[in-house]
Design a protein. Structure first.
Length: 101
């Protein structure tokens, strides 16, 4: 299993229409053929000092292996998402993980 966790900090001045565009992409990315399972959402209302809650949206995608994740990276839909939405965020942070060897 390969986990691709992406955290987006959207621009504070982003229009409602652009937010709708951004969120419409989330289920589309989760449904791409190389994705085994996907989840997207906003920070949960948990409150402990170790929890990062300053991001706007999280996208967590599970792949069967690193090769499937590489296919996702070059998928035309993923490229279209980046082209359409990259100007919407001020920061994006990605955490990739897989089981230890």
């Amino acid at each position: 299993m390969f986990v691709h966790a992406v955290y987006f900090w959207l621009r504070p001045d982003l229009s409602e229409a652009d937010r709708v565009t951004f969120t419409a992409w989330m289920p589309r990315l989760c449904a791409l053929p190389s994705v085994a399972s996907g989840h997207w959402g906003v920070p949960a209302p948990t409150d402990r000092p170790v929890i990062e809650r300053t991001y706007s949206y999280a996208l967590v995608l599970l792949f069967t292996d690193g090769g499937a994740e590489e296919s996702y990276q070059v998928d035309a839909e993923h490229d279209a998402f980046r082209a359409e939405c990259a100007s919407f965020w001020t920061k994006v942070q990605i955490f990739d993980s897989e089981p230890p060897a």
